[in-house]
Design a protein around this ligand. Structure first.
Ligand code: SF4
Ligand code: F3S
Length: 371
């Protein structure tokens, strides 16, 4: 049955209706919608009729499911799992084998034209797709058959979006992304390795509210998340502008938090909002952790250009201005307070999509001061 009350479920986990409304409002902000859209999102998410979601997995590492489950504040994975009726996900299914497959078939037949299909992992197409079979059926056929009955198709992660790691040269299985095996179909790609759970949740909330997918770019990515270069909002950007680079891992520049461009950072040629949202609940992301962005959310970068090759700034017509002119004396362990970071994030987020993180940081601060 699809009966549920998201608010009462969140409340049982210690979150108030106010927290829920706040989350819906920041979700609206993160998608560039007017703040009043938060109310609409809240009503859509609270609706007792949840859209069934069939989540199938091909050639992948399950990292996107894991990323979704590793969010805990404000229990994003519960929110998403309560917002939708996740009828089938091989990683999360309680049942297995024939029982699970039968349940999936029944759910599809009962909800033709109504369910959302989420595909994780790439699709092997070589030799009739024999390199990935589920219950004896090539995954490529499962994707085609299931998509033809779905209301919307979402490719989560870089593997499902364009092939990802399995499609890297020499691509022995002929791995492709969903849109390549469904020519002509509208597929929303949420690339990333892994995809950011906040982007997925916001896109699903948008779909529930407006009964259509959000605006997509030429590569099928929601514009609210993939319209800015990583480089525009990177905390190391002032060092790039000042010509201060880490030359080797572990050198003085690396320790001081200098720009990672010379270590192969692809932030200047990669569209994603990692530098604004961060991941999971720690707010960290590859560059913050000291590792160059390798361009996982770009089809022609992440799994095509070797990791430590410098990004071609001219080819990608870079030299966009920095969106976050920060203190160039920034060092790890500096004394920026959580409140200051939250407020900066909120200000930038209102325009660019950091609402979720800003709210999270401010809430943590509030909680800390109440203890
Ligand atoms: Fe940040 Fe990478 Fe750009 Fe340097 S090159 S500012 S580390 S995104
Ligand atoms: Fe991917 Fe770069 Fe973000 S590697 S996760 S797009 S920082």
């Amino acid at each position: 049955m699809n009966e549920l009350n998201v608010v009462s479920k969140l409340s049982a986990r210690g979150y108030s209706r106010r927290d829920f409304l706040k989350l819906c409002t920041v979700m609206a902000a993160s998608m560039g919608l007017p703040l009043s859209a938060g109310e609409k999102i809240a009503s859509a998410v609270e609706s007792p009729t949840r859209p069934p979601v069939i989540w199938i997995s091909g050639q992948g590492c399950t990292g996107c499911t894991e990323s979704l489950l590793r969010t805990t504040h404000p229990t994003l994975e519960h929110l998403i799992l309560d917002m939708i009726s996740l009828d089938y996900n091989e990683t999360l299914n309680a049942g297995a084998g024939h029982q699970a497959e039968k349940f999936m078939e029944q759910s599809i037949e009962k909800n033709i034209g109504k369910f959302v299909l989420v595909v994780e992992g790439s699709i092997p197409t070589k030799d009739g797709g024999i390199y990935c079979k589920v219950a004896g059926t090539p995954f490529v056929d499962i994707v085609k058959n299931t998509a033809s009955k779905a209301a919307a198709v979402i490719a989560i992660g870089s593997c499902a979006s364009w092939g990802g790691i399995p499609s890297a040269e020499p691509n022995p299985t002929g791995a492709k992304g969903v849109s390549k095996v469904l020519p002509g179909a509208t597929v929303m790609n949420i690339p990333g390795c892994p995809a950011n759970a906040y982007n997925f949740t916001s896109a699903v909330a948008y779909y529930l509210t407006y009964k259509k997918l959000p605006a997509l770019d030429k590569q099928g990515r929601p514009k609210f998340a993939y319209s800015r270069l990583i480089h525009e909002n990177c905390e190391r950007r002032p060092h790039f502008d000042a010509g201060r680079f880490a030359e080797k891992f572990g050198d003085e520049g690396h320790k001081l938090g200098y720009c990672l461009y010379k270590l192969g950072c692809k932030g200047p040629v990669t569209y994603n909002n990692c530098s604004i949202l961060g991941f999971c609940d720690v707010g960290s992301w590859p560059v913050k952790a000291g590792h160059p962005c390798f361009g996982c959310s770009e089809e022609d970068v992440g799994f095509s250009i070797p990791q430590f090759v410098e990004a071609d700034l001219e080819k990608h017509s870079l030299f966009t201005p920095s969106a976050t002119p920060a203190d160039i004396t920034y060092q790890r362990g500096g004394n920026t307070t959580a409140t200051a970071a939250g407020l900066v994030g909120l200000a930038v987020g209102a325009a660019l999509g950091a609402g979720v993180v800003a709210s999270r940081k401010l809430k943590s601060e509030e909680e800390a001061s109440n203890q």
